[in-house]
Design a protein around this ligand. Structure first.
Ligand code: ADP
Ligand code: MG
Length: 697
């Protein structure tokens, strides 16, 4: 039996280890940096580095790596060993403060959106002391930020840390207006629920589309998908349960509080939720969770699919970004308390967030815009591409009452009595769940549900933090001149609710009436990701990010270019994979079956001559020849369309060419091939079926 408290965090250079291994003054200085975000004193780095190295070597590590998050969807690492030669042809294990603080790497092979045009490819990684170092695969991982030679951020972590500082500063201004002068920092916390699919490795290995694109580009839905709703929360298969147990253990060793696991709606879909953490730590942990899932799955003969839409016809995967705001003294600023109507400070924070979501709908939408997520948003399984806020009945009534200046009485807490005496009574929650809302208030946190399962959650949190910081700043500027803060705040809350009421929507986000209603309200609806990329450099957004020092104009333009480029590359890979599979696997398989049918027909003719019953063979050969021929023609058109889209020199024009010219051909090709699949025997069809992949883990 694993002793969980004993193994928990055993691979992390965490607070307890630091306290034990660092001299007192060094420990104090380092924790000060971690808690306040202040710059670390270089003189202590050598001591920390040495202690880290000793600890890592004792735990079997031979290497260290600066672990960073370039603008791809995955993390990057380059391993250096600790060895250092000494006299007598020997080595010692060595690690200096300099090596801990700064690393150097060639930035030119990572996406830089034109930033590398400065003919300088040099890039630097720099230690982020606020996220603990850890050991994985005999390597000490040091979380770092990544920037160019010119000091421009080339990663997702740098602007995230900047946005956390921005929101802290502005929230503290508001708090001090309400008499709180003891809080020194306001942090945002995030709990990211991660959805994923597991597939038997044997099937995965037979599908080039899963290998190259992470999703199936062909395939007919199985007769049984999620219609019976029997997979959601259903009992775990032994193999899956064993995988989950090992995953939990690995995550616990890395100090990640993996808490909840269950089967999701679609067959072979699952979810893992950790306990929330400070945002930058939560981001790092989510990345480790995704990587660990993949690693552990392989050990169990499985492959973890993190793509937003591995299979057509059943639900895709998202990530729920639960976000809250709390002081270093432990107060959750989104907690309404028992009497929200009289809690002016809470209402002010709430109003600020509603204003931020309304003013920057475009950025929230953009933050989840990926080609993979285009398959989810707006389909009947995930929030629509339209951003809105769900408050729940109680708070919505309160907002109405404030705007309309009508009476509002706090709801007495209701008690649930099921009429079964042996079941204890319990309290209702004041908000029901609303699964269809993109941005839902769930008691003491907001849940941003549009994020895609494979995404790094940084960008969404950068946007939430910075836009909310902006509302806080606007409010603090107004209120700091007020004679009577309470009265001025009440007025401001009312005005804000009035101005931004349109963003509040408690109804069903999946319904077909909502987009119509949303348009009437003037809400944005960027249907696909490409439609939203340009908003990153809209004047109002450049002004937002630069004014808080979160991202510079240059960094924003670079990121916009990367978004367009990445979109084009993803679709290009998908298109090429489809062409390849069509010509090399699918058409040959159809032809083999046609040959088989022909020889059967020939045999029948030899026996029965003109009376031979070959009408079935004729029909099948005719139909399949048609499909094969059409597939060949469309594949050729698709190949040319992709080449033409790629040849556009403007990244935006190119991305739109992929969206408008390439994707429709991909859809046509898929429809043709899927129709052929229905007629070809499964032992001839070259790809595992949807049924095998989703039902036979
Ligand atoms: P639900 O089931 O309603 O989605 P849970 O309580 O299961 O809510 O929490 C889901 C996720 O939200 C978990 O990762 C949890 O740690 C996280 N979470 C809970 N409280 C907070 C909070 N105050 N701030 C951020 N995340 C939170
Ligand atoms: Mg949830």
């Amino acid at each position: 039996m694993t002793n969980i408290p004993e193994i928990y965090g055993c691979m992390v250079f965490n607070d307890a280890v630091m306290r034990q291994r660092l001299p007192r003054d060094v420990y104090k200085s380092l924790t000060y940096t971690i808690q306040t975000g202040k710059t670390i004193d270089v003189s202590i780095a050598n001591v920390v580095a040495n202690a880290m190295k000793d600890w890592a070597v004792e735990h079997g590590a031979t290497h260290y790596t600066h672990w960073f998050q370039p603008l791809t969807s995955v993390t990057a690492e380059k391993h250096d060993s600790f060895i250092s030669p000494v006299a007598g042809d020997k080595v010692v294990m060595d690690f200096s403060g300099k090596e801990l603080i700064k690393g150097e790497s060639d930035a030119s092979s990572f996406p830089s959106g034109g930033l590398r045009e400065t003919c300088n490819a040099r890039g630097y990684t720099a230690w982020d002391p606020s996220s603990y170092a850890f050991i994985k695969d005999k390597t000490l991982y040091i979380p770092t930020v990544f920037c160019s030679y010119t000091g421009d951020a080339l990663d997702t972590k740098t602007p995230l840390l900047r946005s956390m500082d921005a929101i802290s500063e502005q929230a503290l201004r508001l708090l001090s207006l309400f008499g709180d002068n003891t809080s020194a920092r306001v942090s945002t916390s995030v709990g990211a629920e991660q959805e994923y699919f597991l597939i038997n490795k044997e099937y995965f290995d037979k599908r080039d589309d899963l290998l190259y694109a992470g999703r199936t580009l062909f395939g007919n839905p199985a007769p049984k998908g999620q219609q019976l709703e029997d997979h959601y929360y259903g009992p775990l298969k032994t193999k899956i349960s064993e995988f989950m147990q090992e995953l939990d253990t690995e995550l616990w060793k890395l100090g990640i509080n993996s808490k909840t696991k269950h089967n999701e709606v679609a067959p072979s879909q699952h979810e893992l939720a950790p306990i929330y953490a400070t945002t930058n730590v939560a981001v790092d942990q989510n990345l480790i969770i995704m990587e660990t899932m993949k690693r552990v799955a392989e050990k169990h003969g499985l492959v973890a699919l993190l793509h937003e839409k591995p299979y057509e016809g059943i639900n895709g995967s998202g990530k729920h970004n639960n976000w809250s705001l709390s002081t270093d003294t432990g107060k959750n600023l989104l907690s309404a308390g028992s009497n929200p109507a009289s809690n002016t400070q809470f209402l002010l924070f709430l109003a600020a967030i509603i204003k931020a979501v309304d003013d920057y709908q475009d950025l929230l939408r953009l933050s989840v815009a990926t080609p993979g997520n285009d398959h989810r948003l707006g389909a009947d399984e995930a929030p629509p591409a339209i951003v809105s806020v769900f408050l729940g009945d109680e708070l919505e009534e309160l907002v109405e009452a404030i705007v309309g200046e009508t009476d509002y009485r706090d709801k007495a807490k209701r008690t649930m009595d099921l009429g079964v005496p042996s079941v204890p009574t319990f309290r209702y929650d004041s908000t029901d769940r609303n699964r269809t809302s993109p941005f839902a208030f769930t008691g003491n946190k907001f849940e941003f549900r549009m994020v895609g399962s494979s995404q790094n959650i940084s960008l969404s949190n950068i946007v939430i933090n910075t836009t909310v910081a902006k509302s806080f700043k606007t409010f603090a500027d107004i209120l700091s001149g007020a004679q009577d803060v309470e009265t001025a705040a009440r007025k401001l809350i009312k005005q804000t609710f009035k101005d931004h009421k349109r963003i509040i929507f408690n109804g069903n986000g999946y319904s077909s009436q909502w987009p119509v209603e949303a348009e009437k309200r003037g809400l944005l609806n960027f249907k696909t990701s490409v439609d939203s990329f340009s908003c990153l450099t809209a004047d109002k957004n450049v002004e937002l990010f630069t004014s808080f020092g979160v991202m510079s104009g240059v960094e924003l333009r670079a990121r916009e270019e990367i978004l367009f480029e990445n979109y084009s590359k993803v679709i290009d890979i998908e298109a090429k994979t489809m062409v390849d599979m069509t010509n090399k696997k699918i058409i040959p398989a159809i032809e083999r079956y046609i040959a088989d049918l022909s020889s059967t027909a020939k045999d029948k003719l030899a026996v029965f001559e003109s009376a031979a019953p070959i009408s079935l063979e004729r029909k099948l050969i005719g139909e399949l020849s048609g499909y094969a021929c059409r597939a060949y023609d469309i594949a050729e058109k698709l190949r040319c369309a992709a080449i033409s889209a790629a040849s556009e020199s403007d990244c935006k024009v190119s991305a739109f060419a992929y969206k408008d010219k390439v994707i429709p051909l991909m859809n046509q090709l898929r429809a043709t091939v899927d129709a052929a699949e229905e007629l070809v025997p499964s032992d001839v069809w070259p790809l595992p079926s949807y049924g095998e992949m989703t039902m036979k883990q």
